[in-house]
Write a protein that binds this ligand. Structure first.
Ligand code: ADP
Ligand code: MG
Length: 833
């Protein structure tokens, strides 16, 4: 267990007079900072001690040496390390992390030291990669690649918590890293008009991942200790300003930014406070409440050596912020981390995954110059890393896509249920007059309001301290609903744990209830409502019909698919028939051959007539069988019979003729040669002489019968083949037509699906229109009421004016009467003139 190292750094005053002017000043002695009155008397209770306190004259190199160097050394040895700067805007965070030209900051010094240490560790092989990100308004943006915006945090067993899609660069020199950081800074300001505003309102995390492995001196030694790879992560974080919103008088975009900063810094405070409580009673630590704490999780109470530099401003005007920062720092001091070297044996280490490829390349380039070799290796490593990151990003995107698809589906289903409910309600209501009154507000609320999951507690959300009484300095309560007030801000620094869940609420959307309208405008409204209602009904009907069609199509589709698969099986079976026939023909051929070879064995003289007949018959039979085989083979290959149909018959006739001629030549021949042979074949020839003609004739008959039977068999087989081919053709046609039908249905189904989605879109539009209309209607009613009010006021004023004119007239008349009575002549004169 190791305590977090906490230091405070007081920056030089911008204006010395202003800093020490009339009231208080901060005094730094050893590792203590305390508030003093101008005359030097310390103010009790405002004195804090830390691991280090750096005064205004302290330079970055000292801060680095005392606070960060150990972390860097440990990171090279395989320990995770984190350093972050906390404090209000302009207190010196960026100056501490990035430094100036004359006094480089922590990041530059750390990068330089890492490579020096690596050089001083020749017995280990290192792989260093860097990334640079910004958390702005709770979005993680890649500072190495402007196109990588709004990245997501993921967690895996192998990699722990990581930012998916963040570009990492493999580096082998400090200069290379510094160039990359400069590029990151340029990207950070990309599109920003006021870079200081942005920089004080975003957190930046510069990250180095250092992998190392003992060098394998003996190539054959593959003991397991050589496989262990140390992986350490070093985070150098420049946090956004921690000042109060009320003080800056922020509004608009800056207010929004402020909310996010406040929220993430508050979550950071919460985590720290919980970690301290946790030392006593380990409870849930809310790391997941914001991206900053999620990324810094290992650095806070986990496996990391951590240093926090709290920067403060000396000016009296910043007194409250400075006190807040010091309170935060004293809380952080009490966190303990559990630090250990990260040794891994799995493929999670990039070094291990890349080893083989690098070795291959090393062998290939052995002849080259060492520098070229190193460059090539670096390039290859970066390419491989990019490829891996790209793959990872794609996988994430795919997952995201799947999720959003699912969500969309759910949303559509919900919308449909809502529409169903709505139309049911409307149908149930019958009278539209009722609808426009109280029932309408219920209906609207169901359909359009954001559900309120949790009531916003009164505890602090709208409560404001005396600090923010003036309306100019603080936003109005209704725009103030997702971050805590200043009391909370102050309390947070002192260890109060805010219920941030409550701050995150999306408040229920207020929908004005529909005003009761009268006279002619009410009639108009009712008419409009009626129209809208009718449209809704029509759309609902259309949608239902489409749904029904779709279901029918789906059933038909399934049925067709089933039929097609059955037909496919049948076709397969039919295709098997020619093969079976081919096999049986081959068997017959073999048997036939065997029989004839046995018969031929019985014939002593090869040149005898019997031998001649036998060989001719064998030849005929074999040629038959070969023709059949050829036919079946072609049928098996799915070809049409190319051998002309008559060729078999021709062959048959030809062979029969040949047989006949052989036989007749044998019978008719008077040649002694043949006779001798015949006598030789038949040793008791004298006995058989008279019957030779009969015998030959019977052979001839037999052979003819046999030929006939073979021919018959062949014809049978051929007709069977023709039938099979026909069946095959028919089923093929059927298959194709079914396939066509299937495709048509598929297209139809797609079309229907599109129509369904179009009509849901139309419904959505219609709903929007309806909402707009209601809003317009509300406005119109309000306007009319106002007008009526004005007319009433005007008529009252007019009536009173009339009354006063009348009274004036009567007064005037009575005065005239009096005058007449008193002086009739002059009065009549004056009247006459
Ligand atoms: P922050 O990042 O906290 O908003 P800056 O680091 O930008 O603050 O510091 C604000 C101004 O103060 C800068 O002009 C910076 O150069 C200067 N400054 C901050 N700290 C020091 C320091 N210790 N020594 C000299 N100048 C400093
Ligand atoms: Mg800054």
């Amino acid at each position: 267990m190791e305590k977090i190292c906490v230091a405070v750094r007081l920056r030089p005053a911008v204006n010395e007079e202003f800093a020490n002017g009339n009231g208080f000043h901060w005094k730094v002695e050893d590792n203590r900072i305390s508030l003093h009155k101008s005359r030097g008397t310390p103010i009790s209770g405002v004195s804090f001690a830390f691991d280090h306190v750096f005064d205004q004259d302290c330079c970055n190199s000292r801060v680095y040496e005392l606070l960060i160097k150990d972390i860097i050394h440990a990171a090279v040895e395989g320990f995770n390390g984190t350093a972050f700067a906390y404090g209000q805007t302009s207190s010196g965070k960026t100056f501490t992390m990035n430094g100036s030209e004359n006094d480089p900051g922590i990041i530059h010094r750390a990068v330089k030291d890492i490579f020096t240490e690596i050089e001083m560790t020749p017995d280990r092989e290192f792989l260093v990669r860097v990334s640079y990100m910004e958390i702005y308004n709770e979005d993680i943006n890649d500072l190495f690649a402007v196109e990588n915006q709004k990245l997501q945090i993921h967690e895996s067993l192998e990699r722990g918590v990581f930012v998916a899609g963040l570009r990492e660069e493999i580096v082998n020199s400090a200069e290379q890293v510094i160039d990359l950081i400069q590029l990151g800074e340029v990207n950070r300001h990309f599109g920003e008009t006021n870079m200081n505003v942005r920089s004080s309102r975003s957190h930046t995390v510069f990250r180095m991942v250092i992998e190392s492995k003992g060098k394998d001196n003996n190539a054959n030694n593959s003991s397991s200790s050589h496989d262990a790879i140390r992986v350490s992560v070093l985070n150098l974080v420049d946090l956004a300003g921690s000042e109060r919103i009320a003080k800056t008088g922020a509004g608009g975009v800056r207010l929004k930014e402020g909310k996010h900063i406040n929220k993430s810094l508050m979550v950071l405070g919460n985590v720290i406070n919980k970690l301290i409580d946790g030392a006593k009673q380990r409870g849930h630590i809310p790391y997941r409440d914001c991206k900053l704490t999620r990324i810094l999780q290992p650095a806070l109470g986990g496996n990391a050596k951590t240093s926090i530099i709290c920067t403060v401003a000396p000016e009296e005007v910043h007194l409250e912020e400075t006190k807040g920062t010091l309170h935060f720092a004293s809380r952080a001091k009490r966190i303990t981390n559990c630090v250990q070297v990260n040794e891994i044996l799995t493929d999670a280490a990039l070094l291990k995954r890349q080893k083989l490829e690098i070795e291959e390349l090393r062998l290939k380039l052995q002849g080259s110059h060492a520098e070229v070799l190193e460059q090539e290796i670096l390039k290859l490593r970066n390419d491989m890393l990019k490829y891996e990151l790209e793959r990872e990003k794609l996988a994430m995107e795919l997952e995201e896509e799947r999720r959003s698809h699912k969500e969309r589906d759910q949303c559509i289903r919900k919308q449909q249920i809502k529409i169903d409910n709505l139309s049911n309600q409307n149908v149930g209501k019958g009278s539209l007059g009722e609808e426009s009154n109280d029932s309408h507000s219920i209906c609207q609320e169901d359909a359009f309001s954001t559900p309120c999951f949790k009531a916003v507690p009164n505890a602090f959300v709208f409560k404001r301290s005396q600090f923010s009484r003036q309306p100019d300095c603080s936003p109005l309560p209704d725009t103030y609903n997702d971050f805590a007030d200043e009391d909370t801000w102050m309390k947070m620094n002192k260890g109060y744990v805010a219920d941030l869940d409550a701050l995150n609420m999306t408040p229920a959307r207020k929908v004005q209830s529909f005003p009761s309208v009268d006279d002619f405008s009410a009639e108009n409204n009712n008419q409009e409502m009626l129209n809208l209602h009718r449209q809704l009904q029509l759309l609902t009907e259309e949608r239902d019909e489409l749904k029904m069609n779709h279901t029918e199509q789906v059933t038909l589709n399934n049925q067709l698919t089933k039929e097609i698969s059955e037909l496919q099986q049948e076709a397969l079976l039919i295709q098997e028939v020619p093969r079976a026939l081919f096999e049986s023909v081959t068997n017959c051929k073999d048997v036939y051959k065997d029989i004839f070879s046995v018969l031929q064995d019985f014939v002593a003289d090869e040149r005898s007539a019997t031998a001649e007949i036998l060989s001719t018959t064998t030849e005929i039979g074999l040629s038959f069988f070969s023709t059949l085989e050829a036919h079946f083979l072609m049928a098996m290959d799915g070809q049409r019979s190319h051998v002309k149909n008559y060729s078999i018959q021709e062959q048959c006739t030809m062979l029969r003729k040949r047989l006949n001629s052989t036989i007749s030549s044998l019978i008719l021949s008077d040649s002694p040669n043949i006779k001798d042979e015949r006598l030789k074949d038949f040793p008791n020839s004298s006995k058989h002489k008279g019957t030779l003609g009969e015998e030959i004739a019977s052979w001839k008959r037999k052979l003819e019968d046999e030929v006939k039977t073979i021919k018959q068999k062949y014809q049978n087989l051929e007709s069977e083949l023709v039938v099979n081919n026909k069946i095959l053709e028919v089923s093929e046609n059927k298959y194709h037509s079914l396939e066509r039908e299937f495709n048509l249905l598929k297209a139809e189904r797609d079309d229907l699906l599109e129509r369904v989605s179009n009509s849901s879109q139309m419904l959505a539009q219609f709903r929007d229109q309806k909402e707009n209309f209601l809003q317009d209607l509300n406005a119109e009613v309000q306007r009319r009421k106002k007008l009526e009010e004005e007319i009433k006021q005007f008529s009252v004023a007019f009536a009173s004016r009339q009354r006063s004119i009348m009274s004036f007239q009567s007064d005037f008349k009575s005065v005239l009467e009096n005058l007449k009575a008193q002086n009739p002549v002059s009065a009549s004169k004056s009247l006459g003139s």
